[in-house]
Ligand binder design. Structure first.
Ligand SMILES: Cc1cc2nc3c(=O)[nH]c(=O)nc-3n(C[C@H](O)[C@H](O)[C@H](O)COP(=O)(O)OP(=O)(O)OC[C@H]3O[C@@H](n4cnc5c(N)ncnc54)[C@H](O)[C@@H]3O)c2cc1C
Ligand SMILES: NC(=O)c1ccc[n+]([C@@H]2O[C@H](COP(=O)([O-])OP(=O)(O)OC[C@H]3O[C@@H](n4cnc5c(N)ncnc54)[C@H](O)[C@@H]3O)[C@@H](O)[C@H]2O)c1
Length: 451
């Protein structure tokens, strides 16, 4: 590839665009970019597709499917007779069937548009050169999309704890599991492990779980998990983990040491920014990730960043990574040079019931004096079809009565928020909403019926 260097000289590179990392921050945008004739390369040190397909969303939601079914059967018990159990090894086998071929599948998509995948760990040599093993490749533009990795507690015995990938590869479910943290991974995996029969203890350093979600909704989930036997230890710090024969001791700063079979360290995820040569070429980072401007450009002109590795306010989720990779795709194809304009990005915690939200939060609405309409979802007849046990939501409206935010805790919270998304993303007014006719009776008609 020949590129005008600005001083009349032409530089020749192996690729027009070279991505480091092959997750959603890369492939969703790289594929249409290459299909337009742009010469694209991707460097990947591990499985093609990155975290979400291989050790995140897809694996987790497959393991959760029987939990959702079990909860539905439980709600309809008496009508549905017998109790549903979860066979852990069958659940794991099913997960493998669903996800194991995804790297091949994604690789096929990449190859079909002529993208070359270089297997190995990429390190910047200079602003246009990346070393992969003993090879060096050059590119006009480079995108860093190296994602996050699990944070590990800096305490004695930390190596005795496991991470989310280890959990999703457990061939047998330990009888007694201790989870440190109370964020997304802790709450979702506690739900799955408890439903499959493990005794679960959650250790929270503070008082709040899922701190970015409406706390009364979070507390409703916690009290439901408590009724199911999950123990929440608040204001407790783990100070050491010790091996004791076949078991593990979790030492805390309270008067209690827990004896357990298996420990999950779910204390967050940190950016993969070390050993990439970023400092050497002048790419500025913070402890939260790579600093970029509103064009996702780093402090080096031809180097961009995408996905979870960005230091950003938006949630570090797959839909955000996809949006960023698509933005860069259009930019590199010369279709737009506008700054990135993030839409409202929805998020959900796959506990059972779920908590989901999009747009303006209840807390921000209270501060800004916006209209908040709260509903008990059980006031809607449709929610009695599956005998939902509890659920609440809040719809936030601006002065012009446009829907600008929604939050729900319920068995169908994810579907409700997805249904309402277009109203928020496209700023629909009442008349436009009135032209949306939904199938009846469905969760969609139930969700729009509230407006
Ligand atoms: C357990 C779990 C569950 C999740 N569940 C959800 C969910 O339900 N919904 C949701 O929206 N999000 C979920 N997420 C978050 C989602 O997985 C991420 O937001 C998404 O994967 C980010 O994509 P990415 O491309 O930025 O990074 P990643 O997918 O992490 O990809 C980065 C890639 O870069 C590679 N890499 C790193 N350094 C180098 C190097 N130097 N050279 C070559 N390759 C390198 C890595 O091997 C990796 O493949 C979950 C995450 C986890 C951990
Ligand atoms: N449903 C989803 O979309 C989903 C599911 C799983 C993961 N994810 C993604 O993965 C990311 C990582 O998830 P996560 O659950 O690991 O992180 P998180 O940030 O959601 O939660 C981390 C938890 O660990 C606690 N913690 C942090 N440092 C600690 C310390 N030193 N000692 C004790 N506790 C500590 C925090 O208080 C918090 O409760 C999420 O931010 C999200 O982007 C998303």
């Amino acid at each position: 590839m020949a590129n005008d260097e600005g001083d009349g000289t032409m530089a020749t590179y192996d690729y027009d665009v070279l991505y480091i990392g092959s997750g959603h921050g890369t492939f969703d945008g790289a594929i249409p970019l290459a299909a337009k004739g742009v010469h694209v390369g991707i460097i990947e040190a591990d499985l093609i597709g990155g975290t979400c397909p291989n050790r995140g969303c897809n694996a987790k939601i497959t393991l959760d499917a029987p939990v959702e079914l079990q909860r539905r059967a439980e709600a309809l018990s008496g009508i549905v007779t017998g109790q549903l159990g979860i066979d852990w090894s069958q659940n794991m086998a099913h997960k493998h069937q669903v996800i194991d071929d995804l790297p091949n599948f994604i690789n096929g998509l990449l190859e079909s548009v002529g993208i070359k995948v270089l297997h190995g760990y990429g390190q910047l040599v200079d602003a246009h050169t990346v070393a992969v093993g003993d090879q060096q490749v050059t590119a006009d533009k480079i995108v860093i999309a190296t994602g996050l990795r699990p944070h590990r507690l800096a305490i004695p015995g930390t190596d005795l704890a496991h991470d989310s990938s280890d959990f999703m590869n457990l061939t047998e479910l330990p009888a007694n599991i201790t989870i440190i943290g109370a964020g997304y991974i802790a709450m979702e995996f506690a739900t799955i492990a408890n439903a499959a029969g493990a005794k679960v203890t959650m250790i929270m350093r503070g008082d709040k779980a899922l701190r970015r979600y409406h706390q009364p909704f979070v507390e409703a989930i916690i009290s439901d998990l408590e009724k199911r036997g999950v123990r929440f230890m608040r204001h407790t710090q783990v100070t050491a983990i010790e091996q004791a024969d076949q078991q593990v001791h979790v030492v805390t700063d309270q008067d209690e040491t827990l004896t357990t079979d298996w420990v999950l360290d779910a204390t967050g995820r940190i950016p993969n920014i070390e050993n990439l040569g970023l400092e050497k070429v002048g790419v500025v980072t913070t402890e939260h990730g790579i600093k970029v401007n509103s064009h996702l450009r780093t402090t080096v002109d031809n180097i961009y960043a995408s996905g979870d590795v960005l230091d950003k306010k938006q949630p570090r989720l797959t839909p955000t990574a996809i949006f960023e990779s698509m933005y860069l795709s259009r930019k590199f194809a010369g279709e737009s040079d506008a700054p990135i304009d993030y839409p409202a990005i929805p998020s959900v915690v796959f506990t059972s019931p779920r908590i989901a939200k999009v747009g303006v939060s209840i807390e921000a609405a209270e501060k800004d004096g916006l209209t908040i309409e709260k509903h008990d979802v059980l006031d809607d007849w449709y929610r009695h079809v599956n005998k939902e046990r509890f659920g609440q939501n809040a719809l936030i409206f601006d002065q012009g009565h446009h829907l600008v935010g929604a939050t729900e805790v319920s068995d169908r919270a994810d579907d409700v928020i997805n249904t309402l998304l277009p109203a928020i993303a496209l700023k629909l007014d009442k008349e436009q909403i009135g032209r949306i006719v939904t199938l009846f009776p469905t969760i969609g008609s139930s969700a729009w019926g509230q407006l």
